[in-house]
Design a binder for this molecule. Structure first.
Ligand code: GLU
Length: 479
């Protein structure tokens, strides 16, 4: 019988959760969802010294905001709780005691200075330092004021990793590591093994930094007579240059920051899943449902993934463009300029419809739409920056703008008629669109780019368009 899939995300609350962490969570969630399994959140706060206030809340909020709902977890409980290590100390103690009783764990009798001496000695002998070389001959019981160490049984191991394939390591990678620290807390090395077992975890998904420790874990699993879960090692995420590990300098932001900037949940899931997973096709855009359906462990790659923010922006643009206008409006309310609320909802939607194609993320909405909701200040620099317009001289600009007003005055102001009138004006004034239309665009938007000029004029209304052109003429005359 196939065992039920149960995956877990087990972050330590030592700071804000980074993209790599979210990717690990996502893969665990996808594996569980794709196989009708369960996804569990466990907070591993065993290192009390590294705890950061607010970190747990940040983890919960990040997962929720991305829709990575868990079936069991610290705030919702479940059959195998508690789901926070610090609330499981009695459980770890019990399991440690089992090892003590079997003569497979012992109190570390040495002081820090003594261990340091051993280390120096090993160095002088050009040997790697292994604690077990200094293991006391007579093992005492468990003195809880001291660290409890595992009495390892060094040997070679070969094991199967679901992604990396067959891996092996010699007995030098096995040592008497600490199980319970003198503060009563377990180490990650011990705690996670007990927790995964008791929580019936079927697959451990984690980064390559844990491969080196796997032989130690295998040794401990054996001592505990526990069958290990399946190991799934996900590839590292490199920065955009494809060389160094992704770091803060690569502009990778906190997931909540991406959401705040108006990256959609779908885009983020799509992008993050592509960091190490590919179904073998060239498809780039997937709905979340589709990713769940297609997700298979065998399609997680061994080779490092590369973080490319441009790709995320591209994916986001795609999802924004495919939104219905009502959906876009709902998501955009908090990004629209504050003046927008004084306008009718249909006008707001029409404005959004005009910029939708160009939006990369929703927080651009404010700057891209502001001139639809408030009269922009005159920015003469735009003329100075446009060589052709600047060289025409103010008088010529004024005359072109005056003629534009005359045409617009005459227009019945349908989109077709605005188009027709302004195209006629091109012929009449013998100007190219880059000249005449750029000038009108600057006059009414005070911005070098806008959606289609005719659409913009149509939406702004006749009176507003003419008023803005007049204001600009006044400015040119007086400055
Ligand atoms: N608490 C460990 C960490 O945050 C989790 C490793 C694991 O998934 O087992 O690094």
């Amino acid at each position: 019988m196939e065992t039920k899939i149960r995956t877990r995300f087990a972050p330590s609350p030592t700071g804000f959760i980074h993209l790599g962490g979210i990717r690990t969570a996502l893969f665990g969630w996808l594996l569980a969802k794709s196989q009708n399994g369960q996804f569990i959140l466990r907070i591993e706060d065993t290192d009390q010294g590294r705890k950061v206030t607010g970190s747990i809340e940040h983890i919960l909020l990040s997962l929720r905001s991305l829709g990575l709902e868990y079936d069991e977890g610290p705030d919702i409980g479940g059959q195998y709780g508690p789901y926070i290590s610090s609330q499981r100390l009695a459980i770890y103690n019990q399991w440690a005691q089992k090892l003590v009783d079997k003569g497979l764990a012992y109190s570390d009798p040495y002081s820090k200075t003594e261990v340091e001496e051993f280390r120096l000695l090993a160095k002088a002998q050009k040997k790697p330092f292994l604690f077990r070389d200094y293991r006391p001959k007579l093992l005492s019981g468990w003195d809880k004021t001291k660290a409890l160490r595992f009495k390892s049984n060094p040997k070679k191991y070969t094991w199967e990793d679901q992604i990396m394939g067959r891996l092996s390591a010699g007995d030098e990678s096995i040592d008497d590591f600490i199980l319970i620290k003198s503060d009563g807390f377990p180490t990650y090395n011990f705690g996670h093994i007990i927790d995964d077992y008791l929580m019936k975890i079927s697959h451990i998904i984690r980064g390559q930094e844990f491969i080196a420790s796997t032989p130690k874990y295998l040794n401990l699993y054996e001592a505990l007579e526990i069958t290990p879960p399946k190991f799934v090692t996900v590839p590292p995420i490199l920065g955009p240059d494809g060389k160094k590990k992704l770091s803060k300098r690569d502009n990778a932001k906190d997931i909540l920051e991406y959401l705040n900037e108006g990256f959609l949940e779908e885009s983020l899931i799509n992008f993050i899943s592509s960091l190490g997973w590919n179904d073998g096709s060239t498809q780039e855009i997937y709905s979340i449902e589709e990713i769940i359906q297609k997700f298979k462990l065998k399609d997680i790659q061994k080779s490092p993934a590369r973080f490319d923010q441009q790709k995320l922006i591209w994916i986001n643009g795609h999802f924004i463009r495919s939104l219905k206008i009502d959906e876009l409006y709902k998501l955009s309310i908090k990004y629209l300029p504050k003046e927008a609320s004084q306008f009718d909802i249909n006008y707001q939607k029409n404005v959004l419809g005009l910029v939708q194609d160009r939006l990369k993320y929703l927080s651009e909405i404010d700057s891209l739409t502001s001139y639809f909701f408030k009269r922009p200040n005159i920015n003469y620099q735009l003329i100075k920056d446009n060589k052709i317009l600047f060289n025409l001289g103010k008088n010529k600009l004024i005359s072109l703008l005056e003629k534009s007003i005359q045409e617009l005055e005459k227009s019945v102001f349908s989109l077709e008629d605005i188009t027709k009138k302004l195209n006629n004006l091109l012929i009449e004034t013998n100007q190219k669109p880059v000249v005449l239309f750029s000038l009108i665009r600057i006059a009414i938007t005070q911005s070098p780019f806008s959606p289609g000029l005719f659409d913009t004029i149509y939406l702004l209304s006749k009176s507003e368009t003419i008023l803005r052109i007049n204001n600009f003429i006044e400015y040119l005359k007086n400055n």
